[in-house]
Design a protein around this ligand. Structure first.
Ligand code: NAI
Length: 426
């Protein structure tokens, strides 16, 4: 069922699908820039101040038009950059070609084999980065497992997603983490725009592009009610779906119930759902036993970081499969059909274009400012998972408000004094 593959275009500093796509890639990057004003403001300042001079930034991020704008921002700041993807299905081949044409070191194509995926990560490692940017922790993990000699020269790393943070905290607990990691994912601006609004919209976009299914009137089961699950539930509700939430965390389950959604165990939801969307960061959340209970013709999609949330490996063993169209596979179990979008990889990037540019603008302000923070604080950060100071997070919110043309009030001196004092009462 492999629809990808074929020959790659290779050069000294790149390996991409097809350099002939570069023209379209440049147009897409230009379009992204026009919607990423907050990041473009950072880029303009970086171009003047060169805060990243001497930085060698190795990146494993989804190679999209928005990531290309981040790369050009880091280069404007004086950094050298080498990049590969962080998921075998998320690269936009036209963008990768455009980046290669600009002279960026880039190794990525959509539909990478596992061997190529890790070969490319190792090309980034061979570039000897002194800063790393990861989405899912594969680059950091590879450096810690096989290239420990490089660690002494690494100032810090930045992590883009929840799953990566979970892996990094596990490393920290085992005293295995050897250089400081900035949890860009945990910026409140990132969580709000990216996990909530971004995943909310683009997950539905991926399912629509791969199936063109009507959401109105359908029972949509959302597994996981974190920031991503909340965004997906809200958007599905807005499209007229009856949303059912499954959770393991009592507080999150309570939130879902109070937000007006039905909450139940996946075993019960399995029999009722028409569309299932996993966003938990966990594994086998939709398992074979659940699939056996499902109705004819259900659609399954995952928007969590890894393709572990739907047990597709076991499904492949018991079901007959065929590709119906790009990013939609049909599996038959005893004559019953189950459709899986984007090979159960994060559907918004596999079957659509990921988050809208406006969303990635704020996420990537976080990445760019985290790199600047790391360089400024070189040698002062412990090898732990650390959070950017709140002023930087608030500055990102301000940049995005400016980009949206929104002004807000300022505290008066009297109000500031009132909030800082405890004497005044009724
Ligand atoms: P989160 O940790 O805030 O929420 C996940 C929720 O899933 C938690 O409430 C947890 O209790 C619940 N959960 C865990 N196991 C479960 C199970 N077996 N059944 C039901 N619920 C379960 O994480 P967040 O930020 O919402 O991210 C979720 C996933 O999405 C992560 O893998 C993250 O990396 C990924 N992500 C994907 C994006 C995309 O573009 N597709 C963007 C941002 C994050």
């Amino acid at each position: 069922m492999v629809i990808f593959g074929g020959f790659m275009d290779k050069g000294k500093n790149y390996e991409v699908k097809d350099m002939k796509l570069a023209g379209q890639g440049s147009l897409n990057i230009e379009l992204a820039e026009s919607r990423m004003q907050a990041l473009m403001n950072v880029k303009q300042r970086f171009a003047k101040e060169k805060p990243l001079k001497g930085a060698r930034i190795g990146m494993a991020l989804h190679v999209t038009k928005e990531t290309a704008v981040l790369v050009s921002t880091l280069i404007a700041g004086g950094a050298e950059v080498a990049i590969t993807g962080c998921n075998p299905l998320s690269t936009q081949d036209d963008v990768a070609a455009a980046m290669a044409e600009e002279g960026t070191k880039v190794w990525a194509y959509k539909g990478e084999t596992k061997d190529d995926y890790y070969r490319y990560i190792n090309y980034v490692i061979n570039f000897k980065p002194n800063l790393t940017i990861d989405d899912g922790c594969d680059l950091v993990s590879e450096i810690h497992k096989k290239h420990t000699h490089l660690i002494k020269d690494i100032i810090a790393g930045c992590e883009e997603t929840t799953t990566g943070i979970i892996r990094l905290k596990a490393m920290e607990r085992d005293s295995a983490l050897k250089y400081p990691m900035i949890a860009v994912n945990d910026n409140k601006t990132k969580h709000l725009l990216d996990n909530f609004y971004g995943t909310g919209q683009s997950t539905i976009d991926g399912i629509l592009r791969s199936t063109n299914i009507l959401f109105a009137g359908k029972n949509v089961v959302v597994c996981g009610y974190g920031s991503c699950g909340k965004g997906v539930s809200l958007r599905a509700k807005g499209m007229g779906s009856n949303v059912i939430v499954t959770e393991v965390d009592p507080f999150r389950a309570l939130q879902a119930a109070l937000d007006g959604f039905r909450v139940m165990p996946i075993k019960e939801a399995a029999e009722m759902g028409d569309i299932f969307i996993t966003v938990t960061g966990n594994k086998n959340v939709v398992d074979i036993a659940h699939m056996k209970l499902m109705k004819e013709g259900v659609v399954l999609a995952n928007s969590g970081h890894f393709d572990a949330e739907i047990n597709i490996n076991e499904l492949k063993k018991i079901a007959k499969a065929r590709r119906v169209r790009p990013f939609l596979d049909e599996y038959s179990i005893n004559g019953k059909k189950i459709f899986i979008c984007g090979e159960a990889r994060l559907v918004n990037l596999a079957a659509a274009e990921g988050h809208p540019s406006e969303v990635m603008s704020t996420s990537f302000c976080g990445q760019a400012l985290a790199c600047e923070y790391a360089v400024k604080n070189k040698g002062k950060m412990a090898p732990k998972v650390i959070q950017l100071p709140e002023e930087i997070d608030n500055h990102i919110a301000k940049l995005q408000l400016e980009a949206m043309g929104i002004n807000i009030d300022k505290l008066t001196a009297e109000q500031k004094k009132y909030l800082e004092s405890w004497q005044e009462g009724t």
